[in-house]
Design a protein around this ligand. Sequence first.
Ligand code: NAG
Ligand code: NAG
Ligand code: NAG
Ligand code: NAG
Ligand code: NAG
Ligand code: NAG
Ligand code: NAG
Ligand code: NAG
Ligand code: NAG
Ligand code: NAG
Length: 479
Amino acid sequence: MEPEKPYYASIMAHFKKPYWVFLFLLFTVITILSIQMSTESILPFQFFRVSGSPKPDDVADPGSCAGLFGELPVREHVMSIKEFGGVGDGKTSNTAAFWKAITHMQRFSNRGGSQLNVPKGKWLTGSFNLTSNFTLFLEHGAVILGSQDPKEWPLVEPLPSYGRGRERLGARHISLIHGDGLTNAVITGQNGTIDGQGRMWWDLWWNKTLKHTRGHLVEIMNSRNILISNLTFLNSPFWTIHPIYCSNVVIKGMTILAPLNAPNTDGIDVDSSTNVCIEDCYIESGDDLVAVKSGWDQYGIRIARPSSNIIVRRISGTTPTCSGVGIGSEMSGGISNVTIEDMNVWNSAAGVRIKTDKGRGGYIANIIINNITMERVKIPVRFSRDSNDHPDDGWDPKAIPKIKGIFISNIISLNSTKAPEIAGLEGGSYEGVCFKNVTVLGLAPSAAWHCEFVSGCTNAVFPLPCPQVQNNGSSTCCL
Ligand SMILES: *[C@@H]1O[C@H](CO)[C@@H](O)[C@H](O)[C@H]1NC(C)=O
Ligand SMILES: *[C@@H]1O[C@H](CO)[C@@H](O)[C@H](O)[C@H]1NC(C)=O
Ligand SMILES: *[C@@H]1O[C@H](CO)[C@@H](O)[C@H](O)[C@H]1NC(C)=O
Ligand SMILES: *[C@@H]1O[C@H](CO)[C@@H](O)[C@H](O)[C@H]1NC(C)=O
Ligand SMILES: *[C@@H]1O[C@H](CO)[C@@H](O)[C@H](O)[C@H]1NC(C)=O
Ligand SMILES: *[C@@H]1O[C@H](CO)[C@@H](O)[C@H](O)[C@H]1NC(C)=O
Ligand SMILES: *[C@@H]1O[C@H](CO)[C@@H](O)[C@H](O)[C@H]1NC(C)=O
Ligand SMILES: *[C@@H]1O[C@H](CO)[C@@H](O)[C@H](O)[C@H]1NC(C)=O
Ligand SMILES: *[C@@H]1O[C@H](CO)[C@@H](O)[C@H](O)[C@H]1NC(C)=O
Ligand SMILES: *[C@@H]1O[C@H](CO)[C@@H](O)[C@H](O)[C@H]1NC(C)=O
C-alpha cells in the first residue's frame, strides 16, 4: 500500500528513540490500516457546492476563503486617525478621535466607501463602532490599546439568543471594536496589533468582583460581508473575535494571543452565523482556539438562528485547558455543515470537543473533521453531555439536542493520555458518528474508549474502538 512509507516516516520523525513496544504498536496500526483502508473519498459532499453557497466558479482557489470575500475593497476616501486629533503616544485617549472619524466617514458608506488608517504608534482608546463600506487599516507598527477604564467599555443589551450576559445577569460590556448592522466592513493591515489589555478584566473575574459580562475584543453583529485579516490580536478581556447573526464572514491570516491562563479568551467564536470561512491563523489562548455556537437554552431555541456552512482550515496553536476546536456547548439554534481541516494542535486538553446538555435543544449535524495532527493533547476527541450551565431556571429539561453525522478522518495524535470519549444524552445519542484513519498513540495499555449513547462506525482506528462504533464487517461503514 502506497502511503505506508511516508506515514511511517512522519510518525518516526516525532520520536527520537523508538523502542520495541512502540515499533510493535506501529506495526499493529499499519496492519490495521492495510486491512481496512479504502480508497474512496470520505467527504459526503463538496462543501462549496451546497445550495446558498458560492458556486464553484466563484471560488478562485478551492483551498481558500476567496470565494466568500475576494479582493480587498478599494475605498475612495482614505484618511488617517491623526486628521481627527488622534495622538499615538500610548497615554492620550483616542476615544473621541475614533468617534469623530467614524461619524465623519459614515457619510461615505454609499459614496465609494472609506478607509481609516492607523499609523505606527500606540493608540489608546475606549470602545468604538465601525460603519459600512469601511476599512479600518492598521499600518505596520500600529498598536490599538484597549482602555483600562471600564466606563470606556459601556454596557449594552444582552444578546437575544443568550437572554442575559454570558457571565453575569443583565447588560454586558460592549466590545472594544464593535459593529452592528454593517455591510462590507474590513479590519486589516500590515500586521498591526489590537491589544485589549485584558489583565484588568481577568483580575475582576479571578477575584470575583466582575459586575457585568466582559467585552470581546471585536464583536460584529447582524452584518454581512465582513473581513478580518493580517493582524495580531492580543489580550482580549473575553472571547477575542465574535461574529454573531452574520453571514459571509472571512477571518484569515490572524495571530491571536492571550496568556494561557487568561480566562475564556477564546480565539474565534462563530455564533449564529452562516457562510463563514476561517483560515491560516495561529492562536494561543486560555480557551478554545475556534468555537462554533448558536445561542443558549430557551433563549437560543426561541431566536433559532443556526450556525451553518462554516469552514475552518489551517489553524494551529495551543490551549492547555481547552480544545483546538469546540462545538457548543451553546448550540440551541442548531449547528450544521461545519468543516474543520488541516489543523495542528499541541499541549492542549482536547483536540476536537463537542459539548451539549439537557435544555439546549437545537441540533448538531453534518460536521466534517479531517487531517488533524495533535501532540501532547490529553483527550484527542471528546464529545460530552454535561456542560451543566444554564442561563436561569427557565430551561426545559425536555429540550434534548439532536446530533447526527459527525465524520472524523485522518487524525494522528501523539502522546495522548486518553482514548476518545463520547458520551451522549439519554434520548439524544451521538448518531452517525464515523471515525476513519484515527490513530491515538502514547496511551497506557489499559486506556480504552469511553462510549455512552453513541452509534456509528469506525474504519482503521487505533486503539480498538468501543463496540457501539465497531465496524462489524459492514461494507457501508464510514462511506
Ligand atoms: C455600500 O456600497 C455598495 C456598492 O457601492 C452600495 O450598493 C451600498 O448601498 C453601500 N452600503 C451602504 C450601507 O451604504
Ligand atoms: C455603538 O453601537 C452600539 C449599538 O450597537 C451603541 O449602543 C453604542 O452607543 C455605539 N457607540 C458609539 C460610540 O457610537
Ligand atoms: C505578526 O506579528 C506577530 C506578533 O509579533 C508575529 O508573531 C507574526 O508572525 C506576524 N505575522 C506575520 C505574517 O508577519
Ligand atoms: C480585583 O481586581 C481588580 C482589578 O485588577 C483590583 O482593582 C482589585 O483590587 C482586586 N480585588 C481584590 C480583592 O483582589
Ligand atoms: C494579507 O497580506 C498579504 C501580504 O501582505 C497580502 O498579499 C494579502 O492580500 C492580504 N490579504 C488579506 C485578505 O488581507
Ligand atoms: C448543508 O448541506 C447540505 C448539502 O450537503 C444542504 O442540503 C443543506 O441545505 C445545508 N444546510 C444549510 C443549513 O445550509
Ligand atoms: C494536513 O494538514 C497539514 C497542516 O496541519 C498540511 O500541511 C497538510 O498538507 C495537510 N494534508 C493534506 C493531505 O491535505
Ligand atoms: C492517515 O492519517 C494520517 C494523518 O493525517 C495521514 O498522514 C495518513 O496519510 C493517513 N493514511 C491514509 C492511508 O490515508
Ligand atoms: C512523547 O513522549 C516520549 C516519551 O516521554 C518523548 O520521548 C517524545 O519526545 C514525545 N513526543 C512528542 C511528540 O511529544
Ligand atoms: C457491533 O457489534 C457489537 C457487539 O456485537 C454491538 O454492540 C454493536 O452495536 C455493533 N455495532 C454496529 C455499528 O452495528
